[in-house]
Design a protein around this ligand. Sequence first.
Ligand code: 9D3
Length: 248
Amino acid sequence: MFFTVLTIFPEMFDPFWAHGIIRKAIEEKKILTSTINIRDYARDRHQVTDDRPYGGGSGMVMKPEPLAGAIRAAAQTVPEAKTVLLTPQGQVFDQRMAQELASWDGLVLICGRYEGVDERVCRDLVDYEISIGDYVLTGGELAAMIVIDAATRLIPGVLGGDQAAEKDSFSDGLLEHAHYTRPRIFEGREVPEVLLSGHHQEIEKWRLESSLMRTLLKRSDLLQKKTLDRQEIEILKKWHHVIKSLIQ
Ligand code: 9D3
């Protein structure tokens, strides 16, 4: 997968490429990355990338020519790449989109700044528009990092063998079960006995129950969307009985 980022702040990405799983994915050539400074494609003497909006109003708009130049330069390196504009108007990013993007050969991520991007660039040179959620950022750079981060860890071979199966845990619609590590007693609080027992089937049952109840308490919206299997329904029934007896 080839990620090309178009931004007026390419230095923001230097520490992002340099750490953890992203760094390892680059070193092992699972992903290729490059940043293009949109300012380099501004032709005027002061390399201006913004201008006042036609029709008036506050704020500035990203000029079309430098952005178009940068997009075309990116397309030269990876012709089959899709172009994605990070914008508050985009489709809200989720794990499914991350999985879809992870299967592509190349992605050109365009980081908007200012109040927005000239509409003619959006219409003619952008394949997809993505938002990372309903809150206001100062630009698309952090959003681009989030999209790259989420997609990269889904590329085959990027995570270790152990973690590979874990990939599905959000996409199966439940939150992760609780985790514990040594020491067995921390500040007087013990690790659940079953996790020390070595009974793998019992441990799996406990983990499913932990996942289900955490999802119910923290993100019941996720449970609404999910189709529950027989075992999951049994666990919820058990807790339903417990709660019923408590309130009677
Ligand atoms: C006053 C109207 N604003 C829209 C809510 C203008 C505006 C504010 C902030 C336009 C762009 C931005 C910068 N944000 C992004 O570039 C951005 C973003 C975001 O703000 N939230 C969630 N996802 C994204 S992706 C890119």
